[in-house]
Design a protein around this ligand. Structure first.
Ligand code: FAD
Length: 291
């Protein structure tokens, strides 16, 4: 199908982009990688009157890594971030999650920040941001602000972005020392959105005991579902039975939907199994476990 008609702008400057978007208000949409927006336009599931293509805007394509974590600009492609060794060393969950996003051709064009702004409940990168307690840097007509991940995704395909605002970067904090991370999921076909998925971060002390544990489930609730499992696992040695119990507690918090791909009950079952696997892999990946 063909998209509905719209006015197309290709600004080269961030302020110009913000101005065009602000002028369009509710009728404006940003075009980044286009891997979600273009299909939505072609299927006529979105019909913005104005499309602001940010691909020519200078200064949005950088990856910055320091002791605080990784800052990803709005035009960084999934594949660019996946290939970035410094980012993967600082925040291993980035590469672990990115490998599960769609197919390489889609990752070559799709942006990580676009994925976060798109806010699909099955998306991996909103979950990575939420699990790590990251943040989104936003620029709008009234200036800049930073929105914590927990407040950024407000519903399925809904975010805290106001009309006229652009997500200019996402910040992924470096996990605490002793933390291992993992991301596992089940999809009907390789590259499809996951029927369910679980990311986990688990911190062990030098003695091999858990000091912190969190998971984030996708396709299990309207937004990425972060569950703090520290009260369940603190002081344990992350043994299989302990992890299974914690995974069951996390699955009880899910609110999955029935759809043509899977029933809610099956998704809840997957949530339990996948959380258990993600926690076990995260524990094994902890520097304290491998020391
Ligand atoms: P676009 O398509 O350009 O935009 C998407 C939405 O976000 C639009 O509403 C746009 O206005 C808004 N937006 C984009 N950038 C910004 C910004 N900087 N500030 C404010 N709003 C912005 N994704 C997954 O996570 N997991 C998958 O398994 C997966 N599988 C896929 C399979 C297929 C076949 C396809 C076509 C896509 C799949 N995707 C998947 C989506 C892919 O990851 C997209 O790249 C991503 O969702 C959107 O990024 P984009 O840069 O392409 O954004």
């Amino acid at each position: 199908m063909k998209p509905p008609p719209f006015a197309y702008h290709a600004p080269t400057d961030l302020d110009e982009a913000v101005g065009l978007l602000a002028e369009a208000g509710e009728q404006g949409k940003i075009l980044a990688g286009g891997q979600s927006l273009i299909p939505l336009l072609n299927m006529r599931l979105a019909s913005p009157r104005v499309v602001v293509d940010i691909n020519g805007v200078a200064g949005l394509d950088g990856i910055g890594t320091d002791s605080g974590g990784v800052r990803v600009g709005a035009l960084v492609r999934h594949s660019q971030l996946e290939a970035d060794t410094a980012a993967a060393e600082a925040v291993p969950l980035l590469r672990q999650g990115l490998r599960l996003v769609a197919h390489p051709v889609i990752r070559n064009r799709g942006t990580t920040v676009g994925s976060i702004a798109h806010a699909d409940p099955a998306g991996e990168m909103p979950a990575v941001l939420a699990l790590l307690d990251g943040a989104v840097e936003v620029r709008g007509p009234s200036g800049s602000r930073t929105v914590p991940a927990a407040a950024f995704t407000t519903g399925p395909m809904e975010t805290a972005l106001a009309p006229g605002e652009i997500a200019v970067a996402a910040r992924f904090p470096q996990p605490a020392p002793g933390t291992g991370t993992a991301f596992v999921e089940i999809a009907r076909r390789h590259g499809d959105y996951a029927l369910c998925g679980a990311a986990a971060a688990l911190t062990l002390d030098a003695d091999g005991r858990v000091t912190a544990a969190r998971c984030c489930l996708i396709s299990a609730a309207p937004v990425p579902l972060v569950v703090d499992l520290t009260p369940d696992l603190s002081g344990t040695r992350a043994l299989p039975g302990e992890l299974d119990e914690a995974a069951a507690a996390a699955a009880e918090r899910t609110d999955p939907e029935d759809d043509i791909h899977a029933s809610a009950g099956y998704r809840r079952h997957l949530a339990r199994v996948l959380t258990g696997r993600a926690l076990a892999r995260a524990a094994a990946a902890s520097p304290a476990a491998t020391a």
